[in-house]
Design a protein around this ligand. Structure first.
Ligand code: PLP
Length: 406
């Protein structure tokens, strides 16, 4: 008979999503089920459908599916495109690879703009492709904003400019699954037509919801789109959502959590949320640099505020190392995906994180190197600590602590 062994303290879930769910959200979700056609639900529906717009910086509509981010990917493509349509996909890493494979499976023709998986999407290369497309066969440009596999953030503003400079009418679709509420997403200002996101990353919720911000141009595209869809058709959603309801049974528990998450993000201030992520990401990179390792992202312009992918030294397997960290320190780090499997690991620093959770995680990473016999320089955690202390703002911290206690 096996005996369970209790691991004291909390598990450090430092993967780049799903991320730990704050107590406030857990409590908000811990409610009895309500009638999804009743008055109370209508209020909740209107509250979340309106609140989520602020996080995308859009005045337009955001659809909420009870599906993971991949569902919103599929909905985005199938509601706006027709079989055989050409889409430009930017291969920034594994999630871009998966989105491209989905597009092909749905019957789209894909044209891939490659990268070396160490930068964000290349706006110049996109512009070139679009300029060469004189017959305007490309119907959409698909870009992963925060490539969770590599820790590279694409400059969506530059992609927008590239499309405009080429004078091309293609739709712009952005995957903000691991950037929403971690990095700035300006759906309207950047002229994005379809922005998809998920609940389980910066939003601090359990997996199970996806969000899709859609532009008027994307809605217009639905009128001619011939790809098949039924459950994921936007039209029924749009008409039911107008009064706060859904065409099918919504994930009511998760929606209670979503309402709480939106409140929490607004209480902190969206821009403060981004600044916190940038600061903790920089602390993490300073640790990586001090250990003498390279981040997968090789250009500071594309550094992700949500996740840092760390290259392992030659001859050391990243997954064997991760197991040592898990066994010894009860911490999950993200695995390397696809062509960087075994060669890199990922430190998630998004969602409900603060200075000490990140420092705790970095401590486990550094001790793990020691235990795994991975050659490294000492002082990564110390470098992160120095940066965090140097960038602390005691006056602001006192003000925020007083406001939180009031
Ligand atoms: N896109 C990105 C950037 C992701 O990080 C993920 C998941 O980690 C996905 C897409 C797939 O989303 P999901 O697993 O929620 O379906």
């Amino acid at each position: 008979m096996s005996r369970k062994h209790r691991r004291p303290g909390r598990h450090f879930l430092q993967i780049p999503g799903p991320t730990p769910v704050p107590e406030r959200i857990l409590a908000a979700m811990s409610r009895q089920i309500l009638d999804h056609r009743g008055l109370e639900f209508g209020e909740l529906g209107r509250r979340v459908l309106s609140g989520i717009k602020g996080l995308f910086k859009t005045q337009g509509h955001v659809i909420i599916y009870p599906a993971s981010g991949s569902g919103a990917w599929e909905a985005g493509l199938s509601n706006t495109l027709s079989p055989g349509d050409k889409v430009l996909m930017c291969e920034t890493g594994q999630f871009a690879v998966l989105w491209e494979a989905m597009a092909r499976r749905l019957g789209l023709e894909t044209d891939v703009v490659p990268t070396d998986w160490r930068i964000g999407a290349d706006a110049n290369a996109i512009e070139k492709k679009l300029r060469a497309d004189t017959e305007k066969k490309i119907k959409a440009v698909c870009v992963v904003h925060n490539e969770t596999s590599t820790g590279c953030l694409t400059r969506l503003d530059e992609v927008r400019k590239a499309i405009d400079a080429a004078g091309h009418p293609a739709l712009l679709m952005a995957d903000a699954i691991s950037s929403l509420a971690a990095a700035d997403v300006r759906h309207d200002e950047w002229g994005i037509d379809v922005t998809v996101a998920g609940s389980q990353k910066g939003m601090m919720l359990p997996p199970g919801l996806s969000f899709t911000a859609i532009s008027a141009k994307a809605i217009e595209a639905t009128k001619t789109a011939q790809l098949k869809k039924s459950y994921f058709a936007w039209d029924d959603m749009l008409s039911m959502n107008a009064t706060g309801y859904f065409p099918y049974t919504p994930a009511t528990g998760l929606l209670y959590g979503l309402a709480e998450a939106i409140d929490m993000i607004n209480e902190e201030g969206l821009e403060n949320v981004f600044a916190r992520h940038r600061r903790l990401a920089e602390a993490t990179r300073r640790a990586v640099q001090a250990w003498g390792f390279e981040t997968q992202c090789r250009d500071a312009k594309y550094y992700s505020p949500a996740v840092t992918t760390v290259q392992m030294p030659e001859g050391h397997n990243a997954d064997a190392y991760r197991k040592i960290v898990l066994d010894n320190f009860n911490m999950s780090l993200g695995t390397g995906l696809n062509k960087i499997a075994g060669k890199a690991f990922r430190i998630g620093h998004l969602g409900d994180t603060n200075e000490l959770t990140v420092l705790g995680a970095l401590t486990g990473v550094e001790m793990g190197f020691e235990l795994a016999g991975v050659p490294h320089k000492k002082g990564g955690v110390a470098a992160a600590m120095s940066y965090i202390a140097e960038t602390a703002n005691p006056a602001q911290a006192a003000e925020q602590a007083a406001a939180a206690a009031a």
